[in-house]
Design a binder for this molecule. Structure first.
Ligand SMILES: Cc1cc2nc3c(=O)[nH]c(=O)nc-3n(C[C@H](O)[C@H](O)[C@H](O)COP(=O)(O)OP(=O)(O)OC[C@H]3O[C@@H](n4cnc5c(N)ncnc54)[C@H](O)[C@@H]3O)c2cc1C
Length: 379
């Protein structure tokens, strides 16, 4: 998010900006640990609109930003087994179509035909959008950061933001582990750590970290899923399949297969140690949907943090309490794919342009009143 805002600001001619990162490298937070999925299939119209703009930009990323991002549009396939989910997704499909997304309702047999090796027992229906896909999160982040630098923005790593000084209710300075920066404007793009940055100027930014795991499976024998007896046991392309009832999902990653699932028992916290005792629970579900995983070897695993808001929608925009304090955080597990559009919108706001986007569902102030309908398609 930070790199995207910096790039978009620089494109608008605002180059007197500093992107601060406390780690030695960019994209080692949530962005460096995600599954790389990009989809139009959301339940909230504002998220569908963010996807339309972001995915269109990713399709032209190398041309526009100058960095390759290994972008593949092999589709997302949602599998639905509960009658209630079928009803909700039928409505979602109508909504997505009404906003210009080419999404299809599929029978279980049609879903199976798209994903070799898939077991559709109990599946009542599926949705498929061929324009969904996967891209390289590191490429997108580094591309934006390098592009911003080329226009004059500074990227400073190994530097932690430790405080924000206010004069009355205005931002006047950002304090860091390596000195102070005088500024009238600060953007909180700290992902799962956004709450701590908000606290530095007395603002509640309700973002909670939640651990999510990713596992990589190699076929028996350790070679590629595309070789010998393993051919046809898993999809050959990068189609992303989600079993919506369990949140188990997978897609091809090189010769291996990437898979994950949310743990309903996970409590908020910053711990990203891999919980190997969670793997058997995932495998139990995984084997039913993709039997090839029964005899696969899990070659490695990692965990990262979702950055959850109470309604699972992001916060994009200014604070109404502190002048000069902006937030772009809390994307609740779908932020990689929304970075291009979200960064553009915030850069427009900062420079006084009309973002041409209804930001009511994304304001920080929405949490001080009643929570309005949020995003239901979190996986
Ligand atoms: C397992 C997993 C799978 C996911 N899959 C997908 C997916 O398929 N598609 C998708 O769109 N999204 C996915 N996500 C969600 C996605 O990764 C996040 O929504 C997105 O990366 C958020 O980006 P960000 O820039 O807000 O946060 P981050 O990438 O975490 O960036 C925040 C940065 O702020 C830095 N920082 C924090 N505090 C300070 C400080 N005090 N001073 C200086 N720097 C600081 C951090 O070091 C970090 O680099 C997934 C997430 C996980 C964990």
């Amino acid at each position: 998010m930070g790199a995207s805002v910096a790039w978009h600001l620089a494109q608008l001619g605002l180059t007197n900006i500093v992107l601060l990162e406390r780690e030695a490298q960019l994209a080692t937070g949530s962005t460096g640990r995600n599954a790389g999925g990009v989809r139009h299939q959301f339940s909230h119209p504002a998220n569908i609109d963010l996807s339309l703009e972001s995915i269109a930009m990713m399709a032209r990323f190398e041309e526009v930003v100058g960095t390759p991002i290994d972008f593949h549009q092999d589709g997302y396939l949602f599998l639905l087994s509960k009658a209630a989910h079928v009803a909700t997704f039928l409505k979602n499909v109508q909504l997505q179509k009404s906003r210009g997304v080419d999404v299809q309702w599929l029978s279980p047999a049609e879903a199976q035909a798209l994903a070799p090796g898939l077991d559709v027992t109990g599946v009542k229906g599926a949705t498929y959008c061929a324009a969904d896909g996967v891209a390289d999160p590191n490429g997108v982040t580094v591309g934006f950061a390098k592009g911003a630098q080329a226009k004059g923005a500074e990227v400073i790593r190994d530097t932690e933001v430790t405080g924000i000084r206010l004069d009355g209710n205005r931002v006047v300075e950002v304090q860091t582990s390596r000195g102070h920066i005088a500024t009238p404007l600060v953007v909180n793009a700290a992902g799962p750590w956004a709450k701590a940055i908000g606290r530095m100027c007395g603002i509640d930014v309700p973002v909670e970290p939640e651990r999510r795991h990713i596992f990589i499976a190699s076929p028996p024998g350790g070679s590629s899923w595309d070789e010998g007896a393993n051919t046809g046991r898993v999809p050959k392309n990068k189609l992303l399949v989600i079993d919506f009832d369990t949140s188990f999902y997978f897609h091809r990653e090189g010769g291996g297969l990437l898979f994950g699932m949310g743990d309903p028992d996970e409590k908020p916290g910053f711990d990203i140690t891999v919980r190997w005792d969670f793997l058997p629970k995932v495998i139990e579900v995984a084997m039913q949907r993709l039997p090839a995983l029964a005899d696969a070897a899990v070659s490695h695993a990692w965990a990262g943090l979702y950055e959850m808001t109470p309604d699972h929608n992001p916060i994009i925009g200014p604070s109404s309490e502190v002048e000069g304090f902006y937030t772009i955080a809390g994307f609740s597990g779908h932020g990689f794919q929304h970075a291009p559009a979200a960064g553009r919108i915030l850069a427009d706001l900062i420079t006084g342009r009309d973002p041409k986007f209804d930001l009511a569902p994304f304001t920080l102030d929405r949490f001080s009143g009643r929570i309005v309908a949020g995003e239901a398609n979190v996986v």
